[in-house]
Design a protein around this ligand. Structure first.
Ligand code: DLL
Length: 429
């Protein structure tokens, strides 16, 4: 079933014309932004040089740290009065990345999410529990409005209180649930311990973090539903960039709204069709925050050719990152953010180490922090105060609780070459 059959099954020649027209429009939007005026000048290219879709290779890439320069609203291509909502996502250091949406952006976004949900057979008579964070994270409101657009009965349950979530599924006869795959696994475990079988559930939408085919099999077995992968990123509105159809052989990337390229992250050269590399996206319809060749950092490959469902372009499930970003309980964390916080605290010494573990299906982050000599020889209650302060500062910046362990100066490993400060001990099932 289609939400927008014309766009979802558009013929390749027509699609190319549409993409080129929209690319040119996006570049004219980008011209409104100081960052792009400068970047185009430095690259010696003008939007008028773009005559074919392949000319996109003449354009400069946009890197996440560049978004920081415009904090908070400097990258918007429209006056603030046209921006009706903002979301944020992790930046690479102290301040978050801010994403603005015009009215039209919100309409585009909910349409894309509605397409996803219709594609997997969700309808007006479905009861949809949206068990993700409803704040600045795009997964909450993004799916909420998409599901309402389809006409489903939406339960904005948000996160937390797993037993209550399970009661809601049972009491309201929930047919579809959206959450991170790791939370879904936790939910299944708690449901089992409560002796609940959650028979009404038929569809699970899982995303915002990497997961695997084994995890899909486990979730389907334990929750008795069909599980679908959902990919997106805040810089591209949020969820709704690519989504699995019932064939579940790759995720359909909405080609009328996003122009996808795959590059070698080291050489920045474009790779041949089918090769695996970093996904670079130029959004084609974004008004408030236009972006040009945005380096997502996500590793995947393009799957060309038509799918049995009738739709076009697909990407394979995201298999990794080309940078050091961690996704912890659906929240993106850059080690540079941790470093930024720690370096701003006088009690903290030279080194730190970050350990990521999965305990009972949920991710935990532990940060070992070397103290300064003076800090470490202080009273025990001082140490407890410092530990609390560090954990508080990290929570403020990362939006995530971390366990902080203070250690003696000189006790953490020193690196001769590239420091390896993050040890990810999770095994993605
Ligand atoms: O995670 C948007 C989203 C919400 C997607 C709900 C799906 C469902 P950000 O917080 O900006 O946005 O994080 C984006 O998360 O660049 C990927 O590294 C990772 N990610 C998102 N979806 C998937 C997925 C939302 N299905 C970053 N598989 C992206 C693997 C994913 N990684």
């Amino acid at each position: 079933m289609f939400w927008n059959r014309a766009m979802e099954t558009i013929r390749p020649e027509e699609l190319a014309d549409l993409q080129l027209k929209r690319l040119k429009w996006t570049l004219s939007q980008a011209q409104e932004v100081g960052l792009y005026q400068r970047k185009f000048r430095e690259a010696g290219v003008s939007p008028d040089d773009i005559r074919t879709l392949d000319d996109v290779e003449k354009l400069p890439f946009t890197y996440k740290p560049e978004l920081r320069a415009g904090y908070p609203f400097g990258l918007f291509a429209v006056p603030l009065k046209k921006v009706v909502r903002i979301h944020t996502t992790s930046g690479t250091t102290g301040k978050p990345t801010v994403v603005g949406y015009t009215r039209k952006d919100l309409d585009n976004w909910s349409e894309l999410v509605a397409r996803n949900m219709t594609m997997i057979g969700l309808r007006e008579d479905d009861i949809f529990q949206n068990a993700v964070n409803y704040g600045l994270f795009t997964g909450g409101l993004g799916f909420h409005y998409g599901a309402e657009k389809v006409g489903m009965t939406v339960i904005p349950s948000a996160t937390g209180n797993t037993r209550r979530q399970i009661e809601m599924i049972e009491d309201f006869g929930v047919t579809a649930i959206h959450c991170t795959p790791s939370y879904a696994l936790h939910l299944s475990e708690v449901a089992e311990s409560m002796g609940k079988t959650l028979d009404t559930l038929r569809i699970g939408i899982f995303g915002a973090e990497p997961w695997s085919e084994n995890m899909r099999a486990e979730l389907e077995r334990r929750l008795g539903l069909k599980a679908y992968d959902s990919y997106g990123l805040s810089e591209m509105y949020g969820p709704g960039v690519a989504f699995e159809c019932p064939e579940r052989n790759g995720l359909h990337l909405w080609h009328d709204c996003y122009l996808a390229e795959i590059i070698d992250p080291e050489t920045c050269e474009r790779l041949a069709p089918g090769e695996r590399g970093e996904l670079v996206i130029t959004p084609l319809v974004k008004e408030a925050l236009p972006l040009v060749r945005y380096r997502t950092g996500d590793v995947t490959r393009l799957i060309e050719g038509e799918c049995a469902c009738g739709r076009g372009l697909r990407i394979e499930r995201i298999t990794g990152r080309s940078d050091d970003m961690l996704v912890i309980r659906g929240i993106n964390v850059f080690p540079s953010q941790i470093e930024h916080v720690l370096r701003s605290l006088p009690e903290v010494g030279e080194q730190f180490m970050v350990y990521v573990d999965r305990a009972k299906h949920l991710d935990e982050m532990t940060i070992e922090v070397e103290m300064t000599r003076a800090g470490f020889s202080g009273e025990l209650q001082d140490l407890a105060r410092v530990q609390k302060k560090i954990a508080g500062e990290l929570h403020n910046t990362l939006g995530l609780r971390t366990a902080v362990k203070l250690v003696e100066p000189g006790s953490l490993p020193r690196f001769e070459g590239k420091a390896k400060r993050v040890i990810d001990r999770r095994r993605i099932l």
